[in-house]
Design a protein around this ligand. Structure first.
Ligand code: C5P
Length: 226
């Protein structure tokens, strides 16, 4: 059987995760958020107290990363050596470290191996920053999701304020602009619209409407699961 991979790239809080998960569910595909791979490795780098300058040791962590996913209660959980690390993926220290580590070429090579392994036997929707451009450049269906930076910052703010009522929208907005810049201007695999990708601005679309847009171009006659 030929494996089908659908790629969704886009900046932070562009709705990739919710959209990717729902699209995968509708198609009966597995869903992989590649940001979580970089985040999982970053958790181990922090735990092992490895400096982000130590490219060799950081890369070793990613080369040895034994990552598994499982879907539980309508979300994808990430397991490293059997430990469920999903709840730590979005810790502040991890979020700060991950763009630094994701800019290391050797780390990206190691992550590529993990990405190929994860899709080797299952139809997949994969989200990220370079999935349609670098990792799976030859697939049939590629999407680039985006939204106004203010809309994205509001989405992120609403997620964060539940956990910490002192979070300020202005700070979230500034951090988001910084992260966009880091991801767009880095030398290796900068965030860009992959060749052949359909661009969807979902500033004014719900997750369901965004997925509907995608399905129109994927398979107009597809039989969807509930
Ligand atoms: O999507 P998420 O915010 O979880 O990604 C965290 C970071 O991982 C991004 O800011 C980016 O630096 C990096 N990343 C990447 N390539 C990907 C996915 C994520 O460089 N395919």
């Amino acid at each position: 059987m030929e494996i089908d991979v659908i790629t969704i790239d886009g900046p932070t809080s562009s709705g990739k995760n919710s959209v990717g998960f729902l699209l995968a569910q509708k198609l009966g595909y597995q869903y992989i958020d590649s940001g979580s791979i970089y985040r999982a490795g970053s958790i181990l780098v922090l735990r092992k107290k490895i400096s982000s300058d130590n490219t060799e040791e950081v890369t070793e962590v990613f080369r040895n990363l034994r990552l598994k996913t499982r879907t539980h209660d309508h979300e994808v959980r990430f397991l490293v050596d059997g430990e469920d690390i999903t709840d730590f993926l979005h810790n502040t220290e991890v979020t700060q470290l991950v763009p630094v580590i994701a800019a290391i070429a050797e780390v990206r090579e190691a992550v590529k191996v993990i990405q190929y392994k994860l899709v080797s036997s299952k139809n997949t929707v994969m989200t990220g920053r370079d999935i349609g451009s670098e990792i799976f450049p030859n697939v049939k269906h590629k999407f680039f999701l985006t939204a106004d930076v203010e809309v994205r910052a509001k989405r992120r703010f609403e997620q964060l304020v539940v956990k910490d009522p002192n979070v300020k929208y202005e700070v979230v907005l500034e951090n988001m602009k910084d992260r966009d810049k880091q991801d767009e201007t880095r030398e290796i695999s900068p965030l860009r619209i992959p060749e052949g990708a359909i661009v969807i601005d979902n500033s004014n679309l719900t997750v369901e409407q965004t997925v509907e847009e995608m399905l129109k171009s994927i398979q107009p006659n597809v039989i969807l699961s509930d």
